[in-house]
Design a protein around this ligand. Structure first.
Ligand SMILES: Nc1ncnc2c1ncn2[C@@H]1O[C@H](COP(=O)(O)OP(=O)(O)O)[C@@H](O)[C@H]1O
Ligand SMILES: [Mg+2]
Length: 364
C-alpha cells in the first residue's frame, strides 16, 4: 500500500486497514473463507466474503462459527476433510477441482487453500478460495455453443434440402412435364378444353421447376464450392437484383482469390442475409457490395441507402445494437467462430454491414 496515503495510525481515509481488507474481500467475486483448525480434525468458519454467501444462499449467521460439516452436504465430508488434511500435512497451498461442494448443480469449482501457521509451525488456520469456473460457461458460452451448433445444423439441413430439391424433386417434376408434353402432342386439336388444361399444367410445372431450382440454389449454392466467393456472389447478386428490383452493385478486388471454405461460406451467408435485410427492412432501392483484401484481412461491406435500423435497436449511450433477430445474431456468430469481426453501422441515411476475417493468402 502507498505509504503516503496511510497515516501513522494505519488508516486510509476514514477506513482502517482491516476495513479495507473487508472491502477488497467483498469485491472479489470468488468465494473466500477462513477456517479455524481445531483439535479432532474439526474446521470452523471464521470469516467469509459476500460472494460466498451469494453463491451458497446462506446468511453470515448460518456460517460464521459453524463447523464445515454443518455447512457442507454429508456425502462430501470425507473428500473435503481429506483435502484439508493434505494442506495441513504438506504445509503448502493446495489446489483441486470439485463438482458439488458449496457449488450449484453441474458447476465445477477450482479450490485453493493456504495453511496459516503459528510461531511453532503448527497450522492454525486455513485460508481458501473457491472459483466457480463454470459460471461464465453456463451463462454465456453455453448459449454460444448452442448457436454454433444450430448454425452447423442449419447449414447441413440447408445443404441436404437443397440437394434433395435439385436432384430429386426438380428431376421428377421435369419428368412429369415431359409426359404432359407428350400427351399434349398426341391429343392436341381433339378437345380445346383438354388442350388448355394440359398446356396450363405444363406452364405451372415449368414455373414450379424454376422456383425449386432457385430455392435449391439459395439453400446450397453449388457455385460457392466450385468457383468461390467472388463468382458465387456475382451470380447471387444478379438473381437477387432481378427478383427484388433493387439495384445492387458488386465490386470484388481482383486479388481476392480463393479463401478457406469456412470463410467463403460465412461471408456468402452474410451477403445473402444482408441483402435479404436490405430487401425486407431498409426501404432502399440500391445497395453496394465490396469485398477486398487489406494486409492479412478480407473485408466484406454491404451498404444500403435505406432508412436505417429502428431507433430502439441502437443504444443512445454507446451505439450498441440490441434486440437483433436470428439473422444478425447468426452473422455475428459465424464471424466470431472464425475469429473475425462483424459490425453494423446505421443511421437515417442507411445501413452498413461489415464482416472482417483474418486470412493468409496461402491459407486454404
Ligand atoms: N438493412 C437494414 N435496414 C433497416 N433495418 C434493418 C436492416 N437490417 C436489419 N434491420 C433491422 O434489424 C432487425 C433484425 O434483423 P435480423 O437479425 O436479420 O432479423 P430478421 O430479418 O429476421 O428480422 C430487422 O427486423 C430490422 O428491423
Ligand atoms: Mg434478417
Amino acid at each position: 500500500m502507498n505509504s503516503k496515503s496511510t497515516n501513522p495510525s494505519g488508516t486510509v481515509g476514514s477506513l482502517t486497514q482491516s476495513d479495507l481488507l473487508v472491502v477488497i474481500a467483498n469485491t472479489v467475486q470468488d468465494r473466500l473463507f477462513l477456517l479455524q483448525v481445531e483439535a479432532g480434525a474439526s474446521f470452523r468458519f471464521l470469516c467469509i466474503n459476500d460472494a460466498f454467501l451469494k453463491g451458497t444462499g446462506l446468511t453470515r449467521e448460518q456460517v460464521i462459527g459453524k463447523r464445515i460439516d454443518e455447512i457442507i452436504p454429508s456425502p462430501f465430508h470425507a473428500f473435503v476433510h481429506g483435502k484439508l488434511q493434505d494442506v495441513i500435512r504438506d504445509k503448502t497451498t493446495t489446489l483441486w477441482t470439485e463438482h458439488a461442494v458449496l457449488l450449484p448443480e453441474k458447476h465445477e469449482g477450482e479450490v485453493a487453500v493456504t495453511p496459516i501457521t503459528d510461531e511453532t509451525g503448527n497450522v492454525v488456520q486455513l485460508a481458501g478460495v473457491i472459483r466457480d469456473i463454470n459460471w461464465r460457461r453456463n451463462e454465456e458460452e453455453e448459449g454460444r455453443e448452442l448457436t454454433c451448433h444450430l448454425i452447423q445444423l442449419q447449414d447441413e439441413e440447408r445443404r441436404r434440402i437443397g440437394r434433395e430439391l435439385h436432384d430429386s424433386t426438380a428431376q421428377e417434376l421435369a419428368a412429369v412435364g415431359m409426359n404432359i408434353g407428350l400427351v399434349l402432342n398426341r391429343t392436341e386439336g381433339g378437345d380445346t378444353t383438354n388442350d388448355t388444361l394440359l398446356s396450363d399444367s405444363l406452364a405451372i410445372i415449368e414455373q414450379c421447376n424454376r422456383d425449386i431450382r432457385t430455392l435449391a440454389y439459395l439453400l446450397h449454392p453449388p457455385l460457392l464450392e466450385d468457383a468461390g466467393l467472388s463468382a458465387a456472389s456475382h451470380e447471387y447478386v444478379n438473381g437477387f437484383s432481378q427478383r427484388s428490383g433493387i439495384n445492387v452493385t458488386i465490386d470484388v478486388s481482383p486479388d481476392l482469390g480463393r479463401l478457406p471454405t469456412a470463410t467463403e461460406q460465412a461471408l456468402f451467408r452474410v451477403v445473402q442475409e444482408s441483402l435479404g435485410n436490405v430487401h425486407r427492412h431498409s426501404g432502399s432501392t440500391t445497395a453496394a457490395i465490396r469485398i477486398w483484401r487489406e494486409d492479412d484481412r478480407v473485408i466484406l461491406e454491404i451498404k444500403d441507402q435505406g432508412h436505417g435500423l429502428p431507433p430502439d435497436m441502437i443504444s443512445a449511450e454507446d451505439g450498441r445494437i440490441s434486440k437483433v433477430g436470428v439473422g444478425i445474431a447468426g452473422m455475428r456468430e459465424r464471424l466470431r467462430q472464425l475469429g473475425g469481426r462483424f459490425t453494423i453501422e446505421s443511421n437515417t441515411q442507411g445501413t452498413t454491414v461489415m464482416a472482417m476475417v483474418h486470412t493468409k493468402r496461402n491459407e486454404l
